[in-house]
Design a binder for this molecule. Structure first.
Ligand SMILES: [Zn+2]
Length: 747
């Protein structure tokens, strides 16, 4: 990864990066106003070509009305507008290289990246080059463009050395690179084996063709400029491929129902078997006939995976966990939730009884207390229509709702599966996490047999999506934590890359228009990055206009200011994109300002003044809180990765009645887990100034834990209102003590 000159020759050690061209030029826009106008209309408001034409006509009409002949219009007409937009030269994908050692988190921290890097450095032609993994993704959602008979399957690309956080945060981090055309046959022909085979072969040929421009760069280093300003020689490598099971079957050339990663027989899916590799595929193909390959090895010999045409790439290795389809939609929703319902229907004495129980469960789900990140479920039915987000939300509230209606072992089985889900979802994994995952999965396999014993799954568990979980641990060791690199990211990309551009198209021959819109959006985004990098968008637009109107030449003071901004911007860009912190903050403006007496009435809290005195006493005499028994000693919460959560506290939430969220308050930072926390209901957020210090706090009703360990069946803690002579115990606490559940309650 040694820096080089722009021709690839080595740069002397410690030499600074070659200078960039930081000329303040709005090219191809006449000025910043024109750029902002295009950014606003094309990117933010997503106006169609027709809308933009009308808008410019209106503006031109106004110019005529006020005979503003000597003032140039922003754009003469729509043609001028789009010619300018298309003339943008920027549009390269901007990337950032991050290599972190130690715990496994992002793709570049896994064994795979190390191994590929070693392989690159062993070869004298590529020695000293930087590894640039290409992450690919395909989703099942087809784009039936207009009314044509044609379906398109979008293919997405991201760079492997982006951090997972970056991928979550920026739409440019995952980009569509192709819309694969999958032909439809005539009614009878469509189902024939030959036609299916033809579709698979075509799919692989198309991907091979699309990726072929990268092939030379996989063996001969290419010189690229990195965000730190240095040029480096880069070697491309196919990284992981994000796809759900039907696409994995296509991609890996296996028979439907088999595992794309190992040779395990479907009836023996509890364990991973010998791993499939590119080498093994070649050996099998040489040794056996088509029929044996199909029946004994689940291998479709007529399909050659696209990876075969690229150096070092092995499709079986590159298919990595897909949490959304395998774990959340698959194992949890389609399997376990459905089995629980089957069990209830099969064991209830009458249909009416089964209906009553299901209705009760619905009521339980709807009665979930308000908590940031938890959702109420007015209706559990219509599973087929559920989105991934529905399943994710149900996962969090399902367990307590079914206790008592099904066997305890079924509840335990779901609890263990949820534990496994939370472990996989972590943004970084230690060796201990991986061994916990292994133990949890073994326990899940042991407990799920209850569904077999009671006759709900007499056929066992030959379920490829559920089997995929056995490959997760090895995959994390190889490719880093899957969080961020799963199909939920291509699904959300589908909305920005396909659905929204489609909506603004004229709907006729829409594919061409979609691609055109995407190209223009990319150019605009890249231009914005470039202008920001040159500190050209720092000031307010109005300041810029006054500045331009007032003086044509930049003064020395301004230049010094620009230079300072540039340094700050570069320092920010060089820092980690997100700090490892989470905090609770107030909305910028408090909703009401009132005196204490009015507030006591409004909140129905006659003892508010007393609570406030206790709060101040505890805050100002932090060493002792004995005077105020109702206020526990509080600590600042532990923090995790980038995270944002809304805590709601309002007498009316979207006309649905009051919503007062339940939160966790950190009371003992030496104790990990619930024993170090207390549960509270937020009744009001308040802030006040005392002795020139502003205090931001919350009025809370306390809960106490029922027992000192979680419920043995659900593994969940029980809490009940904390009372004193039948009255709720209430106090005021600083909002900084509210614990955000980073990761745990997130998507
Ligand atoms: Zn397998």
């Amino acid at each position: 990864m040694h820096p080089t000159l722009d021709d690839g020759q080595p740069l002397p050690p410690d030499a600074p990066p070659p200078p960039r061209n930081n000329a303040h030029c709005w090219d191809p826009f006449p000025d910043r106003v024109a750029f902002k106008f295009v950014e606003q209309t094309f990117e933010k408001a997503e106006n169609s070509e027709e809308d933009i034409k009308h808008l410019l006509e209106i503006m031109a009409a106004r110019d005529v009305l006020y005979s503003a002949d000597d003032i140039p219009s922003i754009f003469h007409n729509a043609e001028h507008y789009f010619d300018t937009l298309d003339a943008i030269r920027h549009g390269d994908v901007k990337w950032k290289s991050v290599v972190r050692m130690g715990r496994i988190s992002n793709l570049m921290s896994g064994e795979w990246a190390n191994r590929q890097a070693e392989e690159i450095s062993r070869d004298s032609a590529t020695h000293g080059s930087m590894l640039m993994p290409i992450v690919l993704g395909a989703n099942k959602t087809t784009v039936s463009v207009a009314t044509g008979n044609q379906e398109y399957h979008p293919l997405y690309m991201s760079l492997g050395n982006l951090t997972n956080n970056m991928r979550h945060a920026h739409r440019e981090a995952v980009i569509p690179i192709a819309f694969l055309a999958i032909p439809k046959g005539k009614r009878n022909a469509a189902d024939s084996d030959q036609f299916q085979m033809f579709k698979k072969q075509l799919y692989h040929h198309t991907i091979t063709y699309i990726l072929s421009p990268l092939r030379p760069g996989m063996t001969t280093p290419q010189v690229f400029r990195c965000p730190d300003g240095h040029f480096r020689r880069v070697i491309f490598e196919l990284g992981r491929f994000i796809a759900d099971y039907p696409k994995q079957v296509y991609l890996s050339g296996i028979v439907q129902g088999w595992c794309p990663k190992c040779l395990a027989l479907p009836e023996d899916f509890a364990q991973a078997s010998d791993l499939r590799t590119r080498k093994l595929d070649e050996d099998l193909r040489a040794a056996y006939d088509t029929k044996t390959l199909w029946e004994t090895f689940g291998f479709v010999s007529d399909v050659t995976p696209f990876t075969f045409y690229f150096p070092r790439a092995d499709i079986h290795k590159l298919l990595t966990p897909d949490l959304l389809h395998q774990l959340i939609k698959g194992t949890f929703k389609d399997h376990i939730v459905a089995w629980v319902e089957d069990y209830i229907c099969a064991t209830a004495e009458t249909d009416a009884e089964a209906k009553r129980i299901l209705h009760d469960i619905d009521r339980q789900l709807a009665a979930v207390p308000a908590f940031p990140g938890l959702r109420k479920f007015p209706n559990r039915h219509n599973f087929a229509q559920w989105t991934g987000n529905d399943s994710k939300a149900l996962r969090k509230v399902f367990l307590p709702a079914i206790v008592g209606y099904v066997l305890d072992d079924m509840v335990r089985c779901i609890a263990v599966l949820l534990d496994f889900t939370y472990l996989v979802r972590r943004s970084a994994h230690t060796t201990e996490d991986l061994s916990n995952m292994s133990a949890t999965l073994a326990e899940f396999h042991r407990l799920r047999t209850i569904f077999e014993e009671v006759g709900i799954r007499p056929e066992g568990f030959a379920l490829p999506r559920q089997h995929a979980l056995v490959h997760y641990i090895r995959s994390i060791q190889l490719f880093g934590s899957p969080n961020g690199l799963c199909s939920s990211i291509t699904e959300s990309c589908h909305i920005t890359a396909v659905k929204r551009p489609w909506r603004r198209s004229s709907r006729k021959n829409a594919l061409g228009q979609i691609l055109h819109t995407l190209t223009r959006l990319n150019k605009l985004a890249a231009t914005c990055i470039e202008f920001t990098r040159c500190s050209m968008l720092q000031s307010k637009l109005s300041d810029y206009v006054w500045h331009m109107a007032g003086q044509q030449d930049t003064t020395d003071a301004d230049r010094a200011m620009d230079e300072r901004y540039r340094h700050e911007a570069e320092a920010m860009a060089a820092a980690e994109p997100y700090s490892e912190s989470a905090s609770v903050c107030f909305p910028t403006r408090p909703t009401y300002t009132r005196c204490l007496e009015t507030l006591e009435d409004a909140l129905g809290q006659p003892r508010l003044t007393e609570h406030l005195c206790c709060f101040l006493y505890a805050t100002l005499n932090s060493s002792s809180v004995s005077m105020c028994p109702s206020t526990p000693a509080l600590c600042s919460p532990r923090t995790g990765g980038m995270h944002q959560e809304y805590i709601r506290c309002t007498p009316s939430w979207y006309k649905l009645g009051p919503c007062y969220d339940t939160v966790l308050i950190n009371v003992n930072e030496d104790t990990i887990g619930m024993l170090g926390m207390m549960v509270a209901h937020i009744r009001a957020f308040l802030s006040f100034v005392y002795d020139a210090t502003r205090y931001e706090c919350a009025l809370v009703d306390w809960f106490e834990l029922d027992g000192d360990e979680p419920d043995p069946v659900t593994g969940m803690w029980l809490a009940k209102p904390e009372l004193n002579n039948g009255n709720r115990i209430t106090s005021i606490i600083p909002i900084s003590t509210i614990q955000l559940l980073c990761g745990a309650s997130g998507a």
